[in-house]
Design a protein around this ligand. Structure first.
Ligand SMILES: *[C@@H]1O[C@H](CO)[C@@H](O)[C@H](O)[C@H]1NC(C)=O
Ligand SMILES: *[C@@H]1O[C@H](CO)[C@@H](O)[C@H](O)[C@H]1NC(C)=O
Ligand SMILES: *[C@@H]1O[C@H](CO)[C@@H](O)[C@H](O)[C@H]1NC(C)=O
Ligand SMILES: *[C@@H]1O[C@H](CO)[C@@H](O)[C@H](O)[C@H]1NC(C)=O
Length: 183
């Protein structure tokens, strides 16, 4: 009975939000092997995203500052269509020493933790971020994908390159949309 109710609640309230998420486990992904956090620091603009929580936002960017203990402070900024400018301060903590490009970002206000796996970056121009959470009771995975660029113009040839990388790890790119940077 209780299970049925939970399932109903999930179907009614959660399913409409999940976009193209698949009813499968998260794929096994590997963050970039060679990773230099110092070179990654600085400004990254959001060029494309698959992010069901972020439909009414644009002109998003993140400023990453490296701390001496190997973490990064992350200032996220953007514009919400209704409420205007917003910002959020967080910290990026490396998950483990053996995987230096896999982070957990802990945001304050609102408090949340986001997986931040840097699948591929060349530091100067682009970065591909993949994040996945599998929720066993409903058997659904929630995915976030971000294509970041150093300035407001994403290098177009990289769009196809990133989609191929995603295909290779069995991740759909059909839900990916461009984030306007027209501010
Ligand atoms: C990381 O990059 C910085 C800046 O380019 C450089 O000074 C440093 O030597 C690099 N670290 C490693 C371990 O390669
Ligand atoms: C790392 O250093 C930053 C800045 O000094 C500090 O705010 C943070 O709490 C430290 N984090 C850990 C896990 O030690
Ligand atoms: C980051 O985005 C915010 C909100 O769109 C904007 O006000 C800010 O100027 C941007 N930062 C940079 C360095 O472009
Ligand atoms: C963005 O950076 C690229 C180099 O990565 C450069 O070719 C391009 O002119 C820059 N665009 C803007 C608007 O600054």
């Amino acid at each position: 009975m209780i299970n049925t109710m939970i399932l109903l609640i999930v179907i009614v309230f959660l399913l409409p939000c999940i976009g193209t998420s698949r009813a499968t486990l998260c794929p096994l992904v590997f963050a970039q092997k060679d990773f230099n956090i110092t070179e990654y620091a600085g400004l990254w603009c959001e060029a494309y995203r698959h992010d069901a929580n972020e439909v009414d936002t644009k002109c998003k960017n993140g400023t990453y500052t490296v701390n001496s203990n190997g973490t990064m402070d992350v200032l996220s900024e953007g514009l919400n269509k209704l409420t205007g400018y917003y910002s959020n301060q967080g910290s990026a903590i490396p998950k483990r020493l053996s995987e230096p490009a896999a982070f957990l970002i802990h945001d304050k206000n609102p408090t949340k933790t986001v997986k931040y796996n840097i699948i591929q970056t060349n530091y100067q121009q682009y970065s591909l971020i993949y994040s996945c959470d599998y929720v066993p009771i409903i058997g659904i995975r929630f995915e976030h994908i971000w294509f970041l660029s150093r300035n407001k113009t994403f290098p177009e040839p990289i769009l196809d390159k990133f989609k191929k990388v995603l295909k290779h790890i069995h991740v759909e790119s059909s839900g990916i949309e461009s984030t306007p940077q027209d501010c």
